[in-house]
Design a protein around this ligand. Structure first.
Ligand code: PEP
Length: 267
């Protein structure tokens, strides 16, 4: 299935048509944290995910931990935090989507704001990475989000619209493409966007997806990311068009991650 163009669609029609279309996804991003010893966290997370039911749960540890994490995943999807746009070649330090797949990864995050900032990744680079990941059949989480200065200037909707336009590939299979809205000022800071801010942005993202892909845009999950914790997860998941979360710090232990998974399952 690939993207096509559909006609205009109103807010209430959109809401009615999207109910039950999308199962929630909670994905953990360990960033440059973790160790073989830390993989003991996976057992209780997998057990809680099974018990909660009805929610997809994924963890993205550093590259070196993917294969051992797959071996003890207990049904969790294990993924990478980045991939190269090329399949192979002279790219020192690079890891291709094919390599992730061979290690047992089922998904990959691309365009995280830390990669965009530290490595100067443009939207077209992010799109190349997403295309490479999708070509390998990996579920692909494409991150977008504005900086603090951009929000203070009132430019957040325009910035995210531009990132979506430039970063999302045209062709993908149903279920494989996921968008994560992560306001940079909320990542790792403890500042969470208000439900109203999240609702406004997720509605704008949904409208952009439908404008570009027609009804297929209704099936793309939109995750919120930015200091999601046990104490704010339920109110975040209650927001329309929030189809799950991308979780950094709170995904590092079962104690902090499981309540988020349970909140998603209960929403
Ligand atoms: C992230 O890095 O994707 C993230 C959302 O981090 P945190 O949950 O720690 O803010």
């Amino acid at each position: 299935m690939s993207g096509g163009h559909g006609g205009p669609i109103t807010g209430s029609v959109l809401k009615a048509r999207t109910m039950h279309l999308r199962r929630k996804l909670v994905a953990g991003n360990w960033k440059m944290n973790g160790s073989l010893a830390a993989l003991t966290e996976l057992g209780p997370i997998a057990e809680a995910a099974r018990a909660a039911g009805g929610v997809d749960v994924a963890l993205c540890p550093p590259f070196t931990l993917i294969a051992p994490a797959v071996a003890r995943s207990g049904g969790l999807s294990i993924g990478g935090q980045d991939c190269h746009w090329a399949e192979s070649g002279a790219h020192t330090g690079g890891v291709s989507a094919a390599m992730l797949k061979e290690a047992g990864a089922k998904l990959v995050i691309v365009g995280h704001s830390e990669c965009r900032a530290e490595r100067g990744e443009s939207d077209s680079v992010v799109r190349g990475k997403a295309e490479a990941a999708l070509a390998q059949g990996l579920q692909t989480i494409v991150c977008v989000g504005e900086s603090d200065a951009e929000r203070r200037a009132g430019d957040q909707l325009a910035i995210v619209a531009r990132q979506l336009e430039g970063s999302l590939p045209d062709d993908w299979k149903d279920g494989e493409l996921v968008v994560a809205y992560e306001p940079i000022w909320a990542i790792g800071t403890g500042k969470v966007a208000t439900p109203a801010d999240i609702a406004a942005m997720h509605a704008a993202i949904r409208a952009a997806l439908v404008a570009r892909f027609g009804d297929l845009g209704l099936r793309i999950r939109i995750l919120y990311g930015g200091s999601v914790k046990a104490d704010n997860a339920a109110e975040t998941f209650a927001v329309a068009d929030v189809d799950g979360a991308l979780v950094g710090g709170a995904s590092l232990t079962a104690e902090s991650f499981v309540p988020i998974v349970e909140a998603a399952a209960a929403s």
